[in-house]
Design a protein around this ligand. Sequence first.
Ligand code: GRF
Length: 195
Amino acid sequence: MINLAILGSGRGSNCRVLLEAIRNGTIRATPRLVISDVIGAPILDIAREFDVPVACVLSEKFKTRYESEVEMRLVKMLRDQDVELIALAGFMRVLKEPALDAFPRRIVNIHPSLLPRFPGLEAWKQALAAGEKVTGCTVHYVDKEIDHGDIIAQREVPVLPGDTAESLHGRIQTAEHALYPETVAALCRTIAATD
Ligand code: GRF
């Protein structure tokens, strides 16, 4: 079993599908910790529903990253739980050297576009504004650039005539909820086979 941590700032729908896939045995992992940078984030309630320990790691100074002492504290928490794979699920801070160096190619993220198209915020709105006929979602390794590291898996989603930002976002999230558990399951199998 791979020790998994999930980090998120918000709603937690991807966290839920990962925890469901662990519960039903599709992902061979132990969820050691769900961490948020937002007190009271719904993702923490989802973790509690699944009896997964939760923690908040807050920053007094920054909104989109951590001061390095705080990020080192985050790394220590993850190491203390022997975490082997970290899945970002709507985590709104950019991780820097402390975490990237401690967990090389062991931090993954899901992004709501076909990267390298449309990194950044509200990628579905960007795709709609650009007149794309197809967009989708991407699971990628996290590196020091935003929404950038090596791509692990992608799923296409059609942009339909009459789509609104909401309808397109909903369709992308449905695709995410299939792609992320599948991809994390495959990563856990690879890590288990190589360690
Ligand atoms: C997802 O759409 C993901 O692609 C992006 O943040 C969103 C998180 O949604 N990185 P949720 O909190 O998992 O519902």
